[in-house]
Every structure is written in C-alpha cells, then in structure tokens.
Design a protein around this ligand. Sequence first.
Ligand code: DQA
Length: 150
Amino acid sequence: MNCDLLVLSGPNLDQLGTRSPEIYGTTTLVEHVERLRRRAESWGWTLEHRQSNYEGDLIVAAHEARAGARAIIVNAGALSHVSWALTDALAMFPGPVVEVHLSNPAAREPFRHVSTLAPVVAGTIAGFSALSYDLALSAVATLLGVPEAL
Ligand code: DQA
C-alpha cells in the first residue's frame, strides 16, 4: 500500500452525518478523513482511507498496509467488539495501530464494553466526537516522531 498512514473505517461509518447524530454528530466520514488528510499532508505524509461494511475487506486492507504504510488509525465500528479476525490481521502490522471511536463505548451498552482490538493496538481514543480522530492522528504522529504532532 503506497501511503504513510492508512485510515480504516468499518461498518456503518459511511452513514455518519445522518446516523444517530445525537451519538455520532453530523460530520460525515469524508469530512473527518479530509481533516486528517490536510494535517497529515502538512507533515509530508500521504493518507489512504478504506471504508467497508464487510469484515474481509478490512482484513485485506490491513494485510496490504504491511507493504508500505507506517501506521494505521482504525475505527472498526461494531466489529471492534467482535472481530478476532480483524484483530489477528492488525496484529501482523509492524507499525503503530491506534483505535478510535467517536462515542465512548465504555459508557454505552454492555456489548460495546469489550474491544477485541485492544490487545494489539498501541492505544485507544474514544468519546471525544470529531476530536477523537484528531487526537488519534496526534498520537500516531507522536509515536512516529513528528515534532509538531501535539
Ligand atoms: C463506534 C462505536 C461502536 O460501538 C459502534 O458500533 C460504531 C461506532 C464509534 O465510533 O463510536 O459503529 O465505533
């Protein structure tokens, strides 16, 4: 994959903007990603974004990221709570992986309290709405040594 940073988005995140705006806000996924892209590009980084409603597509993207990407920011949506297969795929990635959520799953229904991804990510940022993505990018950039990351 020919990029510095892969942003990986799971099921239903393509519906952001109109999906439960009281929980997820009204910003679309494209808007979140474009904000990240502008900041990443200011550091000379390239960003690739893959969204899919299918687990296998996300797994393949994680595999492809091993050939070139330096870091992954992942919001796997509800797959975060159930997908050992995506967890295994991300575990193979050699660089930092940061898990991100717009909402705070720990403060929501019990099925959202578990993250299968947690054991293989560098850390998780959750509950700050759009700012979660910005903080995730700051985390990744700090881990990769960008001096102006914070
Ligand atoms: C989410 C939280 C998940 O529990 C949910 O299934 C999503 C979005 C978030 O960004 O807050 O799809 O990952």
